[in-house]
Each structure stands twice: as structure tokens, then as C-alpha cells.
Design a protein around this ligand. Structure first.
Ligand SMILES: Nc1ncnc2c1ncn2[C@@H]1O[C@H](COP(=O)(O)OP(=O)(O)OP(=O)(O)O)[C@@H](O)[C@H]1O
Length: 253
């Protein structure tokens, strides 16, 4: 369980650096992610979804408020200590490590280099084939391949809380379904609290709870049916008075 209590994340306002003014990205947000549930975190671009998930992992420093993991205060823990405590994070843009293979990453994640154990993990993950094992995790990997590798390394760690930031980026349409099933299975069998930041309906349909983040706050939490009208409203152009519609070259709709 992750309990966020009045968390705020502010950064120096780039528009007036001299003034010392701050821009609030996550704004006094309180929310509890219950143990073993699957959360679909969604909302408009720039609403604060990635910032919030990075705060939970400890990548973004918290400006004020507290974060608890299973009742223990982790607010002051560094990323590595949060990882040891059982939180895992998949980046929107997965990192590549020159001179490293998938086998190396998987061995570190699983805590063993026993080949049979690694093959069992690949079988469990399903979406990565065995011939991935000795692939170098370098710039030559496709966007989808690196995502699958990262997902496998997260699952290999058996985290208490798994956070995936837009895991479908670069993934082919035919893998998204199996990926959702895999996360659901891990959630059901291991009780993994699963947080997926996504705009993809397949992930949102699989979620137990939709959390809609807008302007750094929770604008809604509940089922997808309840979220859809709000999401539809958010996609309506708010420049109605000055907009010249599709005839205007600057209109992107
Ligand atoms: N370290 C930072 N410094 C300055 N601004 C930041 C920083 N991190 C995030 N922001 C800004 O905070 C806002 C929220 O960003 P964030 O990436 O959390 O949004 P998001 O909801 O994940 O968006 P998207 O759906 O487009 O991925 C954006 O305006 C972004 O530019």
C-alpha cells in the first residue's frame, strides 16, 4: 500500500528565474493506493502523472508532505532504499546501458545468474523471447524491445509496488493485450500493487481503479465509466471564442 499525504512537488518557475518564484506541479495531493490493486493513472498531457509516479519512486524530490509504504514512512528514503523496500519503476523512456546484455540486467534483477532460473523468468514474462537473453541493451534495440526488457526486469524483482510509466510506448498492438494480461496475472498471483500511467484504453479497462490527474491534483478516482465523461470534457477545446476551427492552420484538432 502506498499512502500519499499532502504531497507537493514544486520547481523553480522557468518563466521568472530571478524572482525565486516556484511552479507547483503536484499540489497538496493525498491518495491511498491499496495493496494488490491495479491502478490506471491517466489525465491530460502535462497534468502531473509522471511527476507523481517519480515522487513515489524518489526520483522527484518531495517539496512537502509524506509518503508511506505499508505503514512505514519512506519520505526521506533515497531511490535505492525505496527499491530495496519493494518499489520498482519502469521509465517512460527506458534507459539503455552500453556494454550490458539483457542477461546481465535480468541476473541483477532476479539476484541470480543461474540460466534455468533466468529462462523460468522469461517464460513467466512471456512477452520476451529466449533469444533476447544475450541481446546488448544498447542504442540498436528498438523502442518496443527495450520496453519488454525493462518490464521483464521489473517483474523478475517481484516488487511489492510496480510503477509503469506508459509501458505501451513503442509496443506493437499485438503485444499490448498480453502485456496487460501479464501485469494482471502478477497482480493476482503475487499481490503486486500495480500503478500504470497510460492513455491507452486497454490498460485503463484492465484497471480496478482509474486515477485522473489534472493540474497536479486527483480530479477523479473510481471506475472507468465514471472517468470517461471527464476525460471527454478535458479533450474539448477551451479556446472556443478565438478558435477558427479546422480552417485555422494553427488548430491541431
Ligand atoms: N523537473 C521539472 N522541472 C520543470 N518542470 C517540470 C519538471 N518535471 C515536470 N515538469 C512540468 O510539470 C508538468 C507535468 O509534467 P508530467 O510529465 O508530470 O505530466 P504528465 O501528466 O505525465 O504528462 P504526459 O501525459 O504528457 O506524459 C509539465 O508542464 C512539465 O513540463
Amino acid at each position: 500500500m502506498i499512502d500519499l499525504r499532502h504531497v507537493t512537488f514544486s520547481v523553480p518557475d522557468e518563466n521568472s528565474p530571478e524572482s525565486g518564484a516556484m511552479k507547483t506541479i503536484i499540489d497538496d495531493l493525498s491518495f491511498t493506493f491499496e495493496k494488490g490493486k491495479f491502478y490506471g493513472i491517466t489525465g491530460p498531457n502535462g497534468g502531473g502523472k509522471t511527476s507523481l509516479s517519480k515522487m513515489i519512486m524518489g526520483i522527484n524530490p518531495i517539496t512537502s508532505g509524506s509518503i508511506f509504504l505499508d505503514g512505514g514512512d519512506i519520505t526521506d528514503l533515497e531511490i535505492t532504499d525505496r527499491a530495496r523496500a519493494g518499489i520498482a519503476y519502469g521509465f517512460q523512456n527506458s534507459a539503455r546501458f552500453k556494454g550490458t546484455t539483457f542477461r546481465d540486467l535480468l541476473s541483477i534483477a532476479a539476484g541470480t545468474d543461474d540460466e534455468k532460473a533466468l529462462i523460468r523468468i522469461i517464460a513467466r514474462v512471456g512477452i520476451c523471447s529466449l533469444d533476447f537473453l544475450d541481446k546488448p541493451v544498447n542504442a540498436k534495440l528498438s523502442g518496443g524491445e527495450i520496453k519488454k526488457i525493462e518490464l521483464a526486469t521489473i517483474i523478475a524483482r517481484n516488487p511489492k509496488v510496480a510503477i509503469y510509466d506508459e509501458p505501451d510506448t513503442g509496443i506493437d498492438l499485438w503485444t499490448i493485450g498480453p502485456m496487460v494480461e501479464l501485469l494482471r496475472k502478477e497482480q493476482a498471483e503475487r499481490g503486486t500493487t500495480t500503478l500504470v500511467v497510460s492513455h491507452n484504453r486497454t490498460f485503463l479497462e484492465a484497471a480496478d481503479v482509474i486515477v485522473l490527474i489534472k493540474e497536479g491534483k486527483v480530479a477523479y478516482s473510481g471506475d472507468l465509466d465514471g472517468a470517461l465523461p471527464i476525460l471527454t470534457d478535458l479533450s474539448v477545446c477551451t479556446f472556443g471564442d478565438i478558435c477558427e476551427g479546422e480552417n485555422d492552420a494553427e488548430c491541431y484538432r
